[in-house]
Write a protein that binds this ligand. Structure first.
Ligand SMILES: NCCCC[C@H](N)C(=O)NCC(=O)O
Length: 424
């Protein structure tokens, strides 16, 4: 069941990033500018972000089986429309459906994990899930670029669509929401009785009012959203403009940061589960993130090993997200885990979409007025203003990390009872 779900998750990441690999083909074929192309691909992100919380509610109420299978089929149809479309309007509609269907997948699989895996392994399984998803994104960059010399982007998306629909059908046939649904006697991680059921919107309000969620929400933005925003847009131009590097040379730093992010996602989840604690990992990664951003501002670094080390620090710290998801799931009752995970994921997505333009605004505000080849010429000093912004956000995250509730990997109640007993 997990393999089927993780395949559709990887395919979703692939669909999310794949247009980057054939951006020029789209611009030539449809005679559009970069800005128009950007708006078409953004349709995915807007839809995906807006639907996270509804997907969380559905994951809790309807369960992963139905929402992920339906989402996979909708995303598959979106890919088919995208691949066959003769017009821009249909291309955008296809992209909208891919975002709509894709929105259910991450929350669905995270909810599935809460039901089917021992709660002591939730950190590790979240790490494995995020790593595999990111592998889907990695495939959409290099390997897809090679594949596109042999097949067209239309055929690639046609295949993706058929695969997603097939996976949707298989998920419907073979995935069960919980051990109980699969015919086992009881659910290991869900102790709710019928009498405890509330209206969905009341539960959603309770999630929003849960004071244990907000510190981890802010800490995750401090580490993960700052890194995503930087790696996804400003990390490479900072190096090319400040140190006169080629795009290829400059991409080494972000690639190393992203690799550290992927690898450490696996390690941090497993390590935190094994240590039986969450908070030290949250504080530690927030500290590494803040120091990394501060280092980029005040140290006399160069693109070589010193720059790589700083990019590596902020990438490594972003893996905190794995522990964050575990904390979020552990501070709420299991039956609202989907909504709570969705809330934090929405926060990170929204923050990325705000940090990227704000970083741009900061460098624009400090721009000296110099032009080169018709484009604004930015120096490291200008980028430094943007880095102050990411540092400030990561510092706020560091402060918030000290307020994160220690859940002892879901064993908080057990620890509290033991503590009380030993104090008597
Ligand atoms: N713009 C990317 C934000 C990533 C948020 C988070 N780290 C994540 O990986 N979420 C999984 C997802 O695909 O929703």
């Amino acid at each position: 069941m997990y393999i089927l779900l993780v395949f559709i998750f990887m395919l979703g990441f692939f669909e999310r990033f794949a247009p980057g690999a054939f951006a020029s083909d789209l611009m030539v074929e449809f005679k559009i500018t970069g800005a128009t192309l950007g708006s078409i691909t953004a349709v995915y992100f807007v839809t995906y972000t807006a639907l996270q919380i509804p997907a969380g509610v559905l994951a809790d109420r309807v369960g992963p089986k139905k929402i992920v299978s339906t989402g996979a089929i909708i995303a598959g149809l979106g890919s088919l429309i995208f691949s066959l479309s003769p017009t821009l309007a249909l291309i955008s509609f296809g992209r909208f459906l891919v975002g709509l269907g894709g929105a259910t997948v991450f929350i669905g699989i995270m909810k599935f994990n809460t039901q089917w895996f021992n709660k002591k392994n939730y950190g590790m399984i979240s790490g494995v899930t995020l790593l595999l998803g990111n592998l889907g994104a990695a495939i959409s960059a290099g390997p897809l670029a090679v594949l596109l010399s042999y097949v067209t982007w239309r055929n690639t998306f046609l295949t993706t669509g058929v695969t997603a629909i097939s996976l949707g059908i298989l998920i419907y046939l073979f995935v069960e929401n919980s051990p109980k649904d699969a015919g086992f006697n009881q659910n290991m991680n869900d102790s709710r009785t019928e009498g405890m059921k509330e209206k969905w919107y009341k539960e959603l309000i309770q999630v929003f009012l849960n004071k244990d969620i907000w510190p981890i929400f802010i800490a995750s933005i401090g580490t993960n959203a700052t890194f995503y925003a930087f790696a996804g847009l400003w990390g490479i131009p900072l190096l090319t403009d400040s140190f006169d590097l080629s795009n290829k040379q400059a991409s080494l730093n972000t690639t190393i940061g992203l690799t550290a992010y992927g690898f450490f996602s696996l390690v941090i989840g497993w390590w935190s589960d094994k240590a039986g604690t969450r908070k030290p990992f949250v504080i530690g990664s927030s500290l590494i993130s803040a120091l990394g951003w501060l280092g980029l501002i005040i140290l006399p670094w160069q693109p070589g090993w010193s720059g790589i080390l700083l990019y590596l620090m902020i990438g490594l710290a972003a893996a905190q997200m794995v522990v964050s998801f575990a904390v979020v799931k552990e501070v709420v009752p299991s039956w609202v885990a989907g909504m709570a995970l969705a809330l934090v994921n929405t926060g990170v997505f929204l923050a990325v979409s705000l940090i990227q333009p704000l970083f741009g605004l900061m460098i624009d505000l400090s721009w000296s007025g110099a032009w080169m080849d018709g484009a604004r010429q930015y120096s490291f000093e200008n980028y430094r203003s943007g880095l102050w912004l990411t540092f400030a956000i990561s510092f706020a995250g560091l402060i918030a990390s000290f307020f994160v509730t220690e859940t002892y990997c879901g064993e908080k109640e057990v620890r509290d009872i033991q503590k009380k007993a030993s104090s008597i």
